[in-house]
Design a protein around this ligand. Structure first.
Ligand SMILES: N[C@@H](CCC(=O)N[C@@H](CS)C(=O)NCC(=O)O)C(=O)O
Length: 218
């Protein structure tokens, strides 16, 4: 079968695209990336030619189209069972799936106020109680996963998994908006932000010149 194609948005801003891109790269799955720049109406038209849902990321593999970052993780786990997408022990896998689902469905205050913006100079923004609560919950998730399952490496479940791919954009947000976190959270963020997969993505993002005003908080 032809190699998969991952359709993504602007690397500087597209936090949802970064998740499967991290997973594909860290799992060593050969693929092509095609970037559709944000900006209506062209973005909507271009994405709808691939996926009627009209959002990136979208993975196309042969005749199959998989849209939504979480569905893509599940597809990768099925199509490349020899790669580590979800942690192997059932309890770790159950927790990894739960925290990805929690991230996928929640943390709206954090996502709205601290949008991913890799080129933004590091600077704090005013915090609300809701944002502070989101940050505390994320740190609690990281601590719980690392404590229960993190012995085999620096990532949430030891080795890199979909859970780390899912929390990569959060790590960039904590960095960009100078969020004060515990030593353990900082170590975990450093591990993600030092991966070749993230550094390659970031380097490509920093060459982009498109501006998305809604994601520029200053
Ligand atoms: N639930 C989706 C969310 C995807 C999403 O919100 N994508 C954004 C870009 S990061 C998008 O395509 N926005 C354009 C639009 O909604 O028109 C997923 O996990 O893949």
């Amino acid at each position: 079968m032809a190699k998969p194609i991952l359709y993504i948005g602007n690397r500087n801003y597209s936090s949802w695209s970064l998740r499967p891109a991290m997973m594909l790269a860290m799992a060593g799955i050969d693929h092509e990336q095609k970037l559709i720049p944000f900006g209506q109406p062209k973005f909507g038209r271009a994405v709808r030619r691939i996926s009627a849902a009209g959002q990136v990321p979208v993975l196309v593999h042969g005749q199959m189209t998989v849209w939504d970052s979480l569905a893509i993780m599940e597809y990768l786990a099925e199509a490349w069972p020899d790669r580590l997408i979800w942690p192997r022990p059932r309890a770790a896998r159950a927790m990894a799936r739960s925290i990805c689902a929690e991230m996928h469905a929640g943390f709206r205050a954090l996502r709205a106020a601290l949008p991913m913006n890799l080129r933004r100079p590091v600077k704090r923004v005013p915090m609300t109680d809701q944002i502070t609560a989101d940050i505390a919950r994320i740190e609690a998730i990281w601590k719980a996963a690392r404590t229960a399952h993190g012995r085999g490496g620096p990532f949430l479940f030891g080795k890199f998994s979909a859970a780390d791919a899912y929390f990569t954009p959060v790590a960039t947000r904590f960095e960009t908006y100078d969020v004060k976190v515990s030593r353990q959270s900082r170590d975990y963020m450093n591990a993600i932000l030092a991966t070749p997969a993230f550094l390659d993505w970031q380097a490509a993002a920093l060459t982009e010149t498109w501006i998305v005003p809604e994601d520029e908080v200053d």
